[in-house]
Write a protein that binds this ligand. Structure first.
Ligand SMILES: [Zn+2]
Length: 301
């Protein structure tokens, strides 16, 4: 099942804002014309304040909800505050939770949003407000739907918020494969970090992904994998510094999907980053994740 809501792209941003907010709707349209049409639904519930408080500071959560964050905090978050942003954020995280719960019972699901790995306990950063995969992991554990959760992060940027939020928790395992010389400047340690140089190409990257997912799942035996399938590893990405081909993106996602299927471990996928002014080209990259799903004969979406 794929979760999508029109509000994912319905955010009024200043004219030259860096974030390609229309990508969610464009991806939805692309997939809706594909074999996925009957497998896309809207998340039915927003994430609750209680769920957010499992990982985030109540002062920060309430200030965001009420619109009383400082200008500095809003700037660091990367989006101007609006009532619409609050709705979009809560529904997006609801989509990530719905995908994870569906994956637990049916094997695999995706949210056509999410991957907000730069969100920290007390502040948002880099277009991330609340950290969906850590909030989802903590929720599943609190509700005894899972005992151990692996957050596997292949966005080109290191999952700093994820690493910081899961620090000290044995039940949330974090693994990040990222560019060593890119945002964020300060990279708190994940349980497993694979920092690769600027210009990394397919072969080295894909060997690392295979090694990382094998290692993380063998050592930790997670009940579910929460996967950040960032498209910003692509060589044409404007905020990534890797040199990964379109086929490389497809193969990366095939490796992760194949590992989950082979080990019979539920897998929930979030879209993650992806920054190109040419939205059609950007969708070509994000779409690889879903072509990889279609390419796995064991999967009934
Ligand atoms: Zn990124």
């Amino acid at each position: 099942m794929l979760y999508y809501h029109p509000i994912y792209s319905a955010l009024a941003l200043p004219k030259h804002h860096r974030f390609p907010i229309s990508k969610y709707q464009k991806l939805y349209q692309r997939l809706n014309n594909n074999k996925f049409a009957e497998h896309i639904k809207q998340p039915e519930q927003k994430i609750t304040r209680d769920a957010l408080l499992l990982c985030h500071d109540s002062g920060y959560v309430d200030a965001f909800l009420a619109g009383t964050l400082s200008d500095k905090a809003i700037k660091r978050m990367g989006f101007p505050w609006s009532r619409q942003l609050v709705e979009r954020t809560l529904i997006s995280l609801g989509g990530s939770l719905a995908a994870a719960e569906y994956a637990l019972t049916h094997g695999i699901a995706a949210n056509l949003s999410g991957g907000y790995h730069h969100a920290h306990r007390e502040f948002g950063s880099g277009f991330c407000i609340f950290n969906d995969w850590v909030v989802v992991a903590a929720t599943l554990i609190a509700q005894q739907q899972a005992e151990k959760v692996l957050i596997f992060d292949c966005d080109v940027h290191q999952g700093d918020g994820t690493a910081a939020l899961a620090k000290g928790r044995d039940d949330i395992v974090t693994c990040s494969i990222h560019c060593e010389s890119n945002f964020p400047r300060i990279k708190p340690n994940s349980d497993l970090d694979f920092a690769l140089p600027v210009g990394t190409e397919d072969k080295q990257y894909l060997e690392t992904v295979q090694e990382a997912i094998t290692l993380a799942t063998r050592i930790h035996q997670p009940d579910i994998i929460l996967y950040n399938a960032g498209a910003d590893i692509y060589h044409g990405d404007e905020l990534g510094h890797f040199n990964i081909s379109l086929e490389g993106v497809y193969t990366r996602d095939s490796i992760v999907i194949d590992c989950a299927v082979t080990q019979n471990t539920p897998l929930a996928i979030a879209l993650g980053g992806g920054y190109q002014r040419n939205i059609d080209q950007l969708i070509d990259v994000h779409q690889q994740t879903f072509l990889a799903l279609l390419g796995n004969p064991a999967i009934m979406i």
